[in-house]
Design a protein around this ligand. Structure first.
Ligand code: G3H
Ligand code: 13P
Ligand code: ZN
Length: 307
């Protein structure tokens, strides 16, 4: 199982494997350019809605192409919510799946996750589960009403009952462009307790986009309007020293790509070849990925660990 080896190596050698979502072809291209330049391993993530956007036939071909590159690459289903979507991803050639039963009651989450683990392991596919709930941020509070920090005791029991290979936890991060209404804070104290409870399980951090102001400012200076944007800019600096072995970033690439395209269009109102503005977006995505690989994941140069 390629991802299992990648994550174990990251945990042992103090770095993080970047798990980057690609929402379109251009974002994938920019991410691969950065990984090749920095010699970083990478987990390429596809959500169910991204699968639908690509269509199964084209995605299958894309995955075959990606697997031919020399880099250690894992293709991962992000936030699979049902057994059916897991089966669909495995059929398409994914070597890793996330089954996200985090909003279900504990027993139902265990039941669904265990079923996926049995199916996936029989096909040598890695499984990520989740305990704790990341939710939207309310206007009136620090975290959305549904936000549940991961309980270390539950995490331990969940791993024991399901046999997952890695575990996504909830320690303060959130999905999307606006992650905090109060002071941005990640609960490293909870993470420490989780690490003690499940010392051999690689930890996954969702909602890890930095949301750097420069991309939001470029978008807004070129006709966009993103009012609130608060990310994890300063909070993940030392994450590579912990058991966090995989961090998920999607929003940052959406911002970088949009910034590149919008800026190009403002500066070149006469251009209408999608490859012209697409390339501008690709360049920004590559720069964005490179920064995260070097400064947050410290995974540059680790591609030689391919196993
Ligand atoms: O965590 C969720 C990902 O950002 C996927 O979002 O369903 O819009 O592709 P999506
Ligand atoms: P961001 O919204 O912070 O990029 O998180 C993405 C994610 O967790 C995908 O699973
Ligand atoms: Zn996520």
């Amino acid at each position: 199982m390629i991802q299992k080896n990648m994550l174990r190596s990251a945990m042992k050698n103090n770095y993080i494997v970047p798990a980057f979502n690609f929402a379109n072809f251009e974002i994938l291209r920019g991410i691969l350019m950065a990984c090749e330049e920095t010699r970083s391993p990478v987990i390429l993530q596809v959500s169910e809605s991204a699968m639908n956007y690509f269509s199964d036939g084209l995605l299958f071909g894309l995955i075959q192409g990606v697997k031919k590159t020399k880099l250690p690459i894992s293709i991962h289903l992000d936030h699979g919510k049902t057994f059916e979507v897991v089966k669909r991803a495995i059929k398409l050639g994914f070597d890793s799946v996330m089954i996200d039963g985090s909003i279900l009651p504990f027993d139902a989450n265990v039941k669904l996750t265990k079923k996926v683990v049995e199916y996936a392991h029989a096909r040598k596919v890695h499984v990520e589960g989740e305990i704790g709930v990341l939710s939207v941020v309310n206007d009136d509070g620090e975290k959305g009403k549904g936000y549940v920090y991961t309980s270390p005791e539950e995490a331990k029991e969940f791993v024991r009952l399901t046999g997952v290979d890695s575990l996504a936890v909830s320690i303060g991060t959130n999905h999307g462009v606006n992650k905090y209404t109060g002071e941005p804070k990640i609960r490293y104290d909870i993470l420490k307790k989780i690490e003690q409870a499940i010392p051999n399980i690689p930890i996954v951090l969702h909602g890890a986009s930095l949301v750097q102001p420069e991309y939001v400012e470029t978008i807004n200076a070129n006709g966009g309007r993103i009012d609130k944007a608060i990310g994890n800019e300063k909070l993940l600096k030392n994450a590579y020293k912990t058991h966090i072995a995989k961090i998920n970033m999607d929003t940052d690439f959406r911002l970088a790509y949009t910034a590149g395209v919008r800026e190009y269009m403002t500066q070149n109102p006469d251009k209408f070849n999608p490859r012209d503005y697409g390339n501008a977006g690709i360049e920004k995505v590559a720069e964005c990925a490179k920064f995260r690989i070097i400064n947050i994941c410290h995974s540059n140069g680790k591609a030689k660990n391919k196993s």
